[in-house]
Design a protein around this ligand. Sequence first.
Ligand SMILES: [Zn+2]
Length: 372
Amino acid sequence: MVNRERLVREFIELVETDSESGREGKLRDLLMVKLRALGLEVEEDEAGKKVNGESGNLIARLDGTPDKPSILFSAHMDTVSPGVGVKAAIRGETIYSEGETILGSDDKAGIAAILEALRVVKEVGWAHPPLEVVFTVSEEQGLMGSKNLDYSHLSSRSGYVLDGSGEPGTIITRAPCHNEICFEVFGKAAHAGINPEDGVNAIQAAARALADLELGRIDKETTCNLGIIEGGRARNIVPGYCRIVGEARSLSRERLQDLTGIMVEHFRHRVSEYGAESQVQVEMLYPEMDLQPDDPVIKLARQAVVNLGKNPVLESTGGGSDANVFNGKGIRCANLGIGMQSVHTTDEFIHIKDLVDNARLVVEIIKEAGRT
Ligand SMILES: [Zn+2]
């Protein structure tokens, strides 16, 4: 069964191995050794080159009962900064960093749970389906690892990402699709004092176009923001250029595309009314995750949570994770809450109980999948 001391020791070893985004090499080496020791076949894909990082994604597999479909478990190797020189500190039943850095339970609590579960499955010797494990890089850089993953190396059609907020037992089934929208205004530069009448003020054109855009929470499923504005060269020059970067997210793809279309149309119209020109670029950063409660992958997770004596809580979130990308690639994939708290801050912590429950949950999923 899940070995608490072994799990805590390994979690600390993982968080004390530096792996800020793009610098995952040391952790990759450590995980390769661990996965091979557990009997998995491991390879590294080419994503490192594509994202300019030290390491690619790790893809590992463990054979299982051949007539069962394989299941994917995934977590990300990289952390945000400050993540160099992490020292774990156990106070009571909780693990913190010593305060100068993040802890990195995001997402090493996920990695630790997967490793411990594989160890338990090996020790007990249950029949289990084929298992695939993916440890991604550069998740914190806009899901760059999972976006550049070599999917031809994966055969799973369903799986679990262990990278959610909420206690173990939380199953995130829905997350928004996300568009980045880059608006550019081209006016005409001129001297502000000598011949302003020859200029077209790109900043004012942008201001008119942006002033009545609806922002913030648009509806229950949809949000919208303008986050960056830049333009102009000097106080005494009529600005010839201005650029605005914004975003829209929605749980509904249709709603997202409608809203984006309306914003782009409105912007273009107002800018041209002003006498300037515009260019707008829309990029979908990741697709939505939208799994129904009775989807087999959700049912399996719910049953595993119940087996642990807990109540499954199905949630939707406003953020994206590797699970969005996997779903977009046709792998039905939920994101499991792993109990990490105050992530991306130096106050980050995790309760040991949650570390243990994460591993127990993965064990239960594997066990349940072997049974059904
Ligand atoms: Zn994460």
